[in-house]
Write a protein that binds this ligand. Structure first.
Ligand code: CA
Length: 235
């Protein structure tokens, strides 16, 4: 019996095309999730607030307020629930990225529903994962408290999406090591992807814009990214 009490958590699907919503719903139910479907942005936003889902699958093209506006309003109200966008075209990805909405992942139609369910699992694994090390991490002025999933720059708190936080924490735990985009996708996102370069670059850009001059992330041209070894550290 599938219900909201399904063990793996409740996923809110905001999708106006009933046939697509149903395929997504069936695949998520088969994967062990509870699923709640809404067909427009206003109802979806209300459901996000009242149901507190584990993650939201959000179609960009919706009647009324579109998916981008739904995500923008969630983030504006400090709701950092993982959001996976479903886009119809690449230019929609550009809009999502350009607006720095704090999306956690994207799939472009047509997509494999199984792949979508796998992406949901991956996001939830990351956001719920037991912290690798609960001790605080510090590089320069940037400090992370992984157990609480909080980040600070010179003691001023910074809000990150789950993915941004995990990416930064992964690099800060391994100062001085350079990781390719493909390695980061595999290690942080938990899957391999053809879109690796772009996805990683976008999230790195978002982390950097939030950290400003304090960002410890260095671009290693032609290779990938690294966090510099803290200058004051003796090793
Ligand atoms: Ca649509």
């Amino acid at each position: 019996m599938a219900s909201d009490s399904a063990v793996r958590g409740l996923i809110l699907v905001i999708e106006d095309e009933p046939a697509i919503a149903e395929v997504i719903r069936m695949n998520l139910v088969n994967a062990g999730y509870g699923v709640h479907v809404e067909g427009d942005g206003e109802a979806g936003l209300a459901a996000a607030r009242s149901l507190r889902p584990a993650a939201v699958i959000l179609d960009v093209g919706l009647p009324g307020i579109d998916g981008i506006e739904v995500c923008r309003r969630m983030r504006a109200s400090q709701d950092w629930t993982p959001v996976l966008f479903v886009t119809a075209r690449d230019d929609e990805v550009d809009r999502i990225v350009g607006l720095e909405l704090g999306a956690d992942d994207y799939v472009t139609k047509p997509f494999s529903p199984r792949e979508l369910a796998a992406r949901v699992s991956s996001v939830l694994r990351r956001t719920r994962g037991v912290a690798e090390a609960s001790a605080g991490l510090q590089v320069g002025e940037v400090r992370l408290e992984p157990a609480e999933r909080r980040a600070f720059v010179a003691d001023v708190e910074v809000s990150f999406t789950a993915t941004e936080f995990d990416l930064l924490a992964f690099l800060m735990r391994r100062p001085g090591r350079v990781f390719s985009r493909e390695q980061l996708i595999s290690e942080v996102w938990g899957y391999s992807s053809f879109a690796a370069n772009r996805t990683v670059d976008v999230h790195i850009a978002q982390v950097r814009s939030k950290l400003g001059d304090s960002s410890p992330i260095r671009t290693v041209r032609g290779v990938g990214y690294a966090v510099d070894v803290p200058r004051s550290a003796g090793r």
